[in-house]
Design a protein around this ligand. Structure first.
Ligand code: ZN
Length: 336
């Protein structure tokens, strides 16, 4: 009898032991699988940076210190969620990622761009059409919160510039040359990090940033206003035109996260300061113009305007939109 009880006890013990082992194995498998998933921090792709909201400050009332905005924490966070499969982001159909297409437009205090073309006062101005005779966007169209584009905007034909990253075919060859020159002259590993983005992709980027800030405790209003200084409001990004590129270096990515101000310490940045204009590119969001652009300092973001224009604008020390104002030029936009 006593023996029997003892055997029974052993039996229970074995069952419990087996149970523990099974649980341990499951935990182990889960750990292995999840670590495999994270293994490659996929230097990535899309970056929700702030393309173009020049004049933004007047539109988005409450300003936040740029230090807070540009903290590396903020920007590195962005990469994980908004960067699906690297190549996807720059392709012409990037919305296949987590963005939920046209359904994300927030309401409330969101400074969303209207769904209709803007109406700019052209009295006494030199008027240019946003689109040329071929229906292609003018290379100097100063997209921002004043000169926004609508949902049905179509970029000119896109061409590959680096990997799967694509740009307007008029900018693409110059961009390829610029990257190639940097690589050979500096022995650089510079690469495209974000190029063309569709309207709905930009919407997804923006909404994710708003959500993230709200999760951090920002009120809805503050989240929208702050997001607008970091991620361009849909319809206001140079990336949507197919004329802008963010460049970056994977070693920096590994150190600071995505698109960090530390890029300005690199030889690549110094080279771009000196030579980008020779390839028709200008720096869109300089450090000393944050108040004018309403956008954080982005040493990695370059806009194609054509070689002649790039030289003129660079020499003027002005932003594209300021230079146009100085020339008394306004653009009319009738959609396309
Ligand atoms: Zn950019």
């Amino acid at each position: 009898m006593a023996q029997h009880a003892h055997a029974k006890k052993l039996n229970y013990r074995n069952i419990i032991l087996a149970g523990i082992i099974v649980v341990l194995i499951i935990v182990l498998v889960v750990l292995i699988v999840s670590s495999l998933g994270k293994k490659t921090p996929e230097p990535a792709p899309t970056v929700p940076d702030a393309s173009s909201v020049a004049d933004g400050s007047s539109v988005y009332g409450s300003e936040v210190s740029s230090e807070e905005i540009s903290s590396s924490e903020e920007s590195s966070e962005e990469s994980s969620s908004s960067a699906p499969s690297s190549s996807e982001s720059s392709s012409s159909k990037p919305e296949s990622s987590s963005s939920s297409g046209g359904t994300t437009t927030p309401t409330g205090n969101y400074a969303a761009m209207p769904e209709t073309p803007y109406n700019y006062d052209t009295t006494g101005k030199t008027v240019r059409n946003a689109f040329d005779a071929n229906g292609e966007i003018d290379l100097l169209f100063p997209i921002n919160s004043t000169y926004y584009i609508t949902r049905n905007f179509k970029a000119a034909k896109l061409e590959t510039v680096d990997g799967d990253y694509k740009m307007d075919y008029r900018a693409a060859p110059h961009c390829r040359d610029m990257l190639a020159a940097m690589r050979s002259e500096l022995n650089s590993k510079i690469r495209a990090f974000s190029t063309y983005r569709s309207y709905s992709y930009q919407e997804g980027n923006f909404q994710r940033k708003v959500n993230k800030l709200m999760n951090k405790g920002y009120s809805k209003t503050d989240a929208y206003n702050t997001a607008a200084t970091i991620v361009a409001i849909p319809g206001t990004s140079e990336h949507q035109l197919g004329l802008a590129i963010d460049v970056y270096i994977d070693s920096l990515y590994n150190k600071y996260g995505e698109l960090n101000e530390h890029f300005e310490e690199t030889d690549e940045y110094k080279w771009l300061q000196e030579h980008a204009w020779e390839y028709g590119f200008i720096l869109s969001y300089p450090k000393d113009k944050i108040k004018d652009t309403g956008i954080i300092y982005e040493p990695w973001h370059y806009r194609y305007v054509g070689v002649e224009n790039a030289k003129t604008i660079r020499d003027s020390g002005m932003l594209l939109v300021q230079w146009l104002e100085s020339q008394n030029i306004v653009y009319v936009y009738n959609g396309n």
